[in-house]
Design a protein around this ligand. Structure first.
Ligand code: PPE
Length: 308
């Protein structure tokens, strides 16, 4: 998806023109993948734009940084405010926000500690992650031949740039084979997630999703969907999902900030359910969308107004 430039980028404390937000080629992050980041969406609502679970995303950004011993030179509150400032400075109503913390220029060699920890925040308009049709009709996926990072290798709980070396391999293989996305298994063959989404499975009215210990990202959409499903009185089990359970599911869907709730219509060319988004997928999509569109009261405190 081609990037749609906006006007300004928040770069180490000030808003600068989009084209001037540059780093040196010898920055540590360029060579060793030393970054952690977030992806957040802001939605246009009747009462003005609002960012979805902004504080939770920034908390996860700080958690990711902590795992990598990065000391962010701003507080969580300051980063929350900087995200809002970036949206406002660009006059955006509905957009994707990308804060990224990285090790900058200073020394070479694996040891990241001598390099400064820097922060940039960009915001731009970003449409449907897996294509315009995906949200409505679902996507065709394959089980990847790549495995997810094993526990105690690259920590999956940190949303680090380095994780996405694995994700890129999964995505490229899927695209090369004519699929929209790949589902990746852990080293023992249990289901983890998509290259940039968590995954849910429905069978006989019960909902299943892999647990946090399954080398997945602790998705904020995942947590929101679990909460919404439980409010609807549906059971959600966070449990190990064997690969073949994907082939037996009545319904399957992805969740993610970028992908929102995207139905899966086939896995390895086996049709899921009736080949159309099933009733629970549609129900949860509707409930999630109505929160994002501001159609229901924000009783959970998930929405942060931008222009209040
Ligand atoms: N797993 C992975 C590996 C992942 O990258 C994401 C988000 C999720 C699960 C869902 O997490 P959450 O957004 O908190 O519900 N992927 C982000 C980046 C996608 C990209 O291509 O960049 C996103 O959705 O913003």
């Amino acid at each position: 998806m081609a990037l749609q430039p906006s006007k300004s980028i928040w770069f180490n404390g000030s808003l600068i023109p989009w084209d001037e937000a540059r780093i040196h080629v010898l920055s540590h992050v360029m060579h060793y993948g030393s970054s952690v980041f977030e992806g957040i969406r802001c939605y246009e609502q009747p009462s003005g734009s609002a960012v979805f679970r902004l504080e939770d995303h920034i908390r996860r950004l700080f958690d990711s940084a902590r795992i990598y011993r990065m000391e962010i030179p701003w507080s969580r509150e300051e980063v929350v405010e900087a995200c809002l400032e970036t949206v406002r400075a660009n006059g955006l109503n509905s957009c994707y926000i990308r804060p990224l913390v990285y090790r900058g220029y200073g020394s070479m060699g694996v040891n990241p500690l001598p390099c400064p920890v820097e922060l940039m925040i960009a915001a731009w308009e970003w449409g449907a992650y897996l294509g315009d049709e995906a949200l409505e009709n679902g996507v065709d996926v394959q089980v990847s031949t790549w495995a997810r990072m094993a526990p105690n290798t690259i920590p999956a709980m940190a949303k680090a740039g380095a994780n996405y070396a694995n994700a890129q391999l999964v995505k490229m293989e899927a695209l090369a084979n004519g699929f929209a996305e790949g589902v990746v298994l852990d080293v023992d063959g249990f289901v983890c997630e998509g290259s940039g989404e968590n995954i849910f499975l429905v069978r006989e009215g019960k909902v299943f999703t892999p647990p946090l210990g399954a080398s997945i990202l602790s998705g904020i959409t995942r947590a929101s969907v679990i909460a919404l499903l439980r409010e609807m009185g549906l059971e959600v089990a966070q449990t190990k999902v064997p690969r073949e359970a994907l082939y037996l599911a009545d319904e399957l869907f992805f969740t993610g900030t970028a992908a929102e709730i995207t139905p899966i219509r086939s896995v390895d060319r086996l049709t899921v359910g009736g080949g159309k988004p099933g009733p629970i997928t549609k129900k949860i999509q509707k409930a999630y969308l109505s929160v994002l569109r501001g159609e229901t009261a924000d009783s959970r405190g998930w929405l942060h107004p931008v222009y209040a």
